[in-house]
Each structure stands twice: as C-alpha cells, then as structure tokens.
Design a binder for this molecule. Structure first.
Ligand SMILES: Cc1cc2nc3c(=O)[nH]c(=O)nc-3n(C[C@H](O)[C@H](O)[C@H](O)COP(=O)(O)OP(=O)(O)OC[C@H]3O[C@@H](n4cnc5c(N)ncnc54)[C@H](O)[C@@H]3O)c2cc1C
Length: 355
C-alpha cells in the first residue's frame, strides 16, 4: 500500500480546465477528497468541441494506444454523468467527408488494416450527408463521440463549490512540495496536481519542458436548417450542440492565442459551405491556446524531483480523447505508486526544473 492510500489529507488540483476536471474525477473515483483552485479562465477548454475521434489527420492515423484511450474516456465520462447527474457524453459516429476520390480510396486502404477497421466503417457513396454535401462520399469514424466540455467544467465547479472545496486561483510559486505532501500557506495537502494549460508553461514547475503554443479558434453558430445529427469532419468540423446550434472549428496556428480574431472568423466561415448549407448566424466566438509537446505526447505524472507534485498538461488537440487515460495514470501513480507510462512521464526530457 502506498503512503498516499493512508493519507486522509485532501489533494489540490490547480486549474479547472478539461485537465483539472478529469483529474478531479479520477481522484474522486478513488475516494479522494479534492480541492480545486479555479481562476475562472479555461478559455482553451471552452473553445473545444469535445470531439473524441480515434481516427485523425489526412493520413487517417490511429496511434497504438487508441483502444486504451477510448476505454478510459468512456469509463470516466460515464462515471462523471452518474456522479454529477448530467448528460455530458454523446457517443456516436463522426462522419468524415471525402475531399476527392483519392481520399475515398485511401479510406478503404487504411480500413483494410485490422487495428483501424475497428474505428472505420465502410466508405459510403454520396448521399449520406443530409444536404448532399458529400460528392465524393464519406466514411463513419466509430467508437468516439462528443464530450460537452463546458457542461463538464460547470458541473465539476458546482459540485466542488457545494462541498465547500472550490477555491480561487493559487500562486504556484507559493506551493511548497515536501517528500510527503505539498504545503500552501498554512494548508497541508497530500499532493497537488498542476493542470494549468498554457499558463503553466510560464510558471516555475514546468520550466524546461519543451511546450509549444498552438492557437485555435471556433465559432458557435445558430443554423436555420437545424444542426447535423452526426458531427461532420471535412475541411473543418461542424458539431451539433443543440437542435439548431453547432460549433464550427477549428483553426491552428503556431502562436499564443486566446483572443478571437477577424482572420480566424473568416477562415472558419470559409469552411462552412463545404460542411452545411442554409443561413447561419454567429452567436459566439472562442479562442484558446492548446499546449503541444515537442514529441507530441502529453505530460502526465509526477514532477521528477517531487513525487507528491504532479503535472497534467500538454493535451494538445486531443484532450477529450487521451486526457482521461492520462488522468487515470496520474491518479494511479499518486495512490498506488504505479509508474506512469514512459511516453507521458514529465521526467522523460530530463529538463524539468523547479522554483
Ligand atoms: C479551437 C479549439 C478546438 C478544440 N477542439 C477540441 C476537440 O474537439 N477535442 C479535443 O479533445 N480537444 C480539443 N481542443 C483541445 C482542448 O481544448 C485541450 O486539449 C484542453 O482543453 C486543454 O485543457 P487544459 O485543462 O490542459 O487547459 P486549459 O483549458 O487552458 O485550462 C487550464 C486552466 O487552469 C487555469 N489556471 C492556470 N493557472 C492557475 C492557477 N495558478 N490557479 C488557478 N487556475 C489556474 C487556467 O486559467 C485555465 O482555466 C481544442 C482546442 C481549441 C483551441
């Protein structure tokens, strides 16, 4: 039994974006009391559509851990719905609209590989798009779905506030890790987990990690023709958020984001005619900064120097897909002493420094 198992002190989660929410849930599932520090930001998590897609990019890639990521996501989101009493997880196919005949051919080639076939249904001829915007056909991506990210963050904040365990922002520079816990002012925690998104890159504990900003924007739309039943993925993506509302995304630029731009809006609206027709109205504009890591894997696990100070960051554009698996790995490390997989271990770069 690890020492933390016998340690009744609460665990502090710093930051309530998607990472902080997942970390809170993973710890609560294990019976831990969690105090969440929230500064009300989470602009990046609120920009996300929450798509959980096991097949990605023009190469239709499916990394080897995909089944593990999906299993962890499904289990955590199902558990979150029961714990928080709200519908948050919408499993179902995502429709990939083929750009040309080449893409349709590549789909069938990739589907011939057994590992991919699990998540790729047969290519379908034109006509599956309800408005006929699939002249080269389409293919269903299976096994994923959509997480209502904003709904999850609000529900976790409400639940922790009701328990008297939600606090305002903390200054990470004031955290004092010790070999058996973390102190903050006069308070004593069994452990602390830094879930700060891009603002963590500037803080003391993550210095030295090769983190890169990837700005992104999305639009909230009201659609006169009603929203599509399935999330659509073509030049961009369009995901229903209500009967006549949808999220249109997303832009990608190697920069720090966070402020909606006219250029971002224009870029997004240029992709809409390929996804959906009928008149539309922009009702919201979101912008955030994804955190990418040089080796394109998240950073999840104990700080190399302080085992009771953990990190969950670097979720890139796939936080809703691989975030739950990472959060479970961090929780298991803290509670059971299980090593986190080497590819997400913050110590893999050997460069993390501290205050
Ligand atoms: C346009 C766009 C679309 C996207 N679409 C998808 C998608 O469809 N599917 C998907 O899986 N991913 C998507 N992503 C990526 C996803 O948003 C991220 O992976 C995820 O939201 C990162 O969450 P985070 O909690 O690490 O960071 P953040 O959302 O940045 O949250 C970190 C939080 O910590 C707070 N914080 C920092 N320091 C402190 C402190 N000292 N005290 C208290 N709070 C603090 C911050 O203010 C913030 O609220 C998208 C991203 C963008 C930009």
């Amino acid at each position: 039994m690890s020492p933390l198992d016998e340690d009744a002190r609460p665990v502090l989660v710093v930051g309530l974006g998607l990472a902080g929410a997942l970390m809170t849930l993973a710890l609560q599932r294990r019976g831990r009391t969690v105090v969440v520090a929230d500064d009300g930001g989470a602009v990046t998590s609120r920009a996300a559509a929450g798509l959980v897609s096991p097949i990605n990019g023009p190469r239709l890639s499916r990394p080897p851990r995909t089944s593990e990521w999906l299993a962890a996501a499904t289990a955590l989101y199902t558990d979150a719905e029961a714990r928080l009493g709200e519908r948050l997880w919408y499993p179902g196919p995502i429709r990939r609209l083929f750009r040309d005949a080449d893409q349709a051919r590549r789909w069938e080639e990739r589907r011939a590989e057994p590992a991919r076939a699990v998540n790729m249904g047969p290519a379908e001829p034109p006509g599956r798009h309800p408005q006929g915007l699939d002249p080269h056909g389409s293919g269903p991506i299976l096994g994923g779905g959509r997480l209502d990210v904003a709904g999850l963050l609000a529900a976790v904040a409400r639940e922790r506030a009701a328990a008297g365990r939600l606090r305002e922002a903390v200054d990470p520079g004031q955290l004092e890790p010790t070999p058996d816990g973390v102190r903050l002012g006069g308070e004593d925690y069994a452990a602390a987990i830094l879930c700060q998104g891009w603002s963590g890159a500037a803080g003391p504990w993550l210095a030295g990690l090769p983190l890169e900003p990837l700005a992104g924007e999305s639009l909230g739309l009201r659609l006169s023709a009603g929203a599509p039943a399935e999330p659509l993925h073509g030049a961009g993506w369009l995901v229903a958020t209500g009967p006549d509302s949808a999220r249109l995304g997303a832009t990608h630029h190697r920069a720090v984001g966070g402020e909606p731009t006219a250029a971002g809006r224009e870029e997004l609206l240029a992709a809409l005619p390929g996804l959906w027709s009928g008149s539309s109205e922009v009702v919201a504009h979101f912008a955030g900064t994804r955190v990418a890591v040089r080796d394109r894997a998240p950073v999840a696990g104990p700080h190399p120097r302080w085992p009771r100070l953990a990190i969950l960051n670097g979720l890139g554009g796939k936080g809703a897909l691989w975030g739950p698996w990472c959060a479970e790995a961090v929780a298991e490390n803290l509670l059971d002493g299980a090593a986190v997989p080497a590819e997400i271990d913050p110590g893999r770069f050997g460069t993390v420094t501290c205050a």
